[in-house]
Ligand binder design. Structure first.
Ligand SMILES: NC(=O)c1ccc[n+]([C@@H]2O[C@H](COP(=O)([O-])OP(=O)(O)OC[C@H]3O[C@@H](n4cnc5c(N)ncnc54)[C@H](O)[C@@H]3O)[C@@H](O)[C@H]2O)c1
Length: 257
């Protein structure tokens, strides 16, 4: 029996990268799954891929910065599959500028906060009532391993993710009594379109990024899906308010080797 047998979940940012890998693994582990994104073509294709493999999946368009669309995403989940048991708030966007703080454009700061922090708030706000209705649930927010020590040139993104870390712990405190667990996973570098774009823009950063990891490689998307699925599942029934780093040793010091 799969880790998520009989459960219903949703993943934001599911058209690509880590969200897509999480959706695939969730389906393999027995969950019905709603893939959410703004990239409709890729999202429909990802849902179709899961259905072809024998899973139960639909794609729903929702921009996480728009509360009405986020509420509709949860309503569509309940309407299609009857309930919401777990969710991974994973969408990322809005940023992109590699700038020092004092050079960061306010519009870039705001758009990054909109997607990466307000987007998660919008999602949690809509997901919690549906999970209360289901008698409990599990929320897994995706942050970044860089929140633990900061990261030069990525101020808006890191600040937004730090906010999500705080929101995660706050949600855990507020909803433990309703049977809703709230945790996060903090990825290091992973081979996804996000990081591929980054390496295209800044090729000189590729080797430096790989060497930051004690394992001297970046991760495969499925390697981050594993802790997400575990946290979503009942196997993690006594786990709330924590962050699981999944980062190939980016936060241990291996530079003398
Ligand atoms: N890839 C990495 O190395 C890495 C490292 C650390 C943290 N992360 C985190 O992991 C998560 C997934 O990253 P990824 O690399 O798979 O990214 P990705 O760029 O491959 O996918 C992000 C998805 O989010 C969608 N999206 C963008 N704006 C949206 C919005 N407003 N509403 C709904 N969907 C929206 C995009 O269309 C895309 O499909 C993100 O939260 C990211 O910050 C990734």
């Amino acid at each position: 029996m799969g880790l998520l047998e009989g459960k219903v979940g949703l993943v934001t940012g599911a058209s690509s990268g880590l969200g897509r890998a999480t959706s695939n693994l969730a389906s393999e582990e027995g969950s019905k799954i709603v893939l959410v994104d703004i990239n409709d073509e890729a999202g429909e294709a990802a849902a179709e891929e899961i259905r072809k493999a024998g899973g139960h999946a639909i794609y729903v368009h929702a921009d996480v910065t728009k509360p009405a669309e986020v509420e509709a995403m949860v309503a569509a989940t309940v309407s299609e599959f009857g309930r919401l048991d777990w969710a991974s708030n994973n969408a990322v966007g809005g940023g992109g500028a590699m700038k020092l703080l004092h050079e960061t454009d306010n519009a870039v700061w705001s758009s990054t906060m909109d997607v990466c922090l307000d987007g998660v708030f919008n999602c949690m706000k809509a997901e919690v009532p549906a999970m209360m209705e289901a008698g409990g649930g599990s929320i897994v927010n995706i942050i970044t391993a860089s929140v633990f020590k900061g990261e030069a040139m990525l101020g808006a993104y890191i600040a937004a993710k730090g906010g999500v870390d705080a929101l995660t712990r706050t949600g855990a405190a507020e909803y433990a009594g309703c049977g809703i667990r709230v945790n996060s996973v903090a990825p290091g570098g992973f081979e996804t379109p996000q990081i591929a774009n980054y390496f295209r823009k800044f090729p000189e950063h590729k080797e430096k990024t790989i060497n930051q990891h004690a394992m001297r490689r970046i991760g495969q998307p499925r390697e981050v899906a594993e802790p997400v699925i575990w946290l979503a599942s009942d196997r993690a029934s006594f786990v709330t308010g924590i962050c699981i780093p999944c980062e190939g040793g980016i936060n241990v010091n291996s530079h003398l080797l």
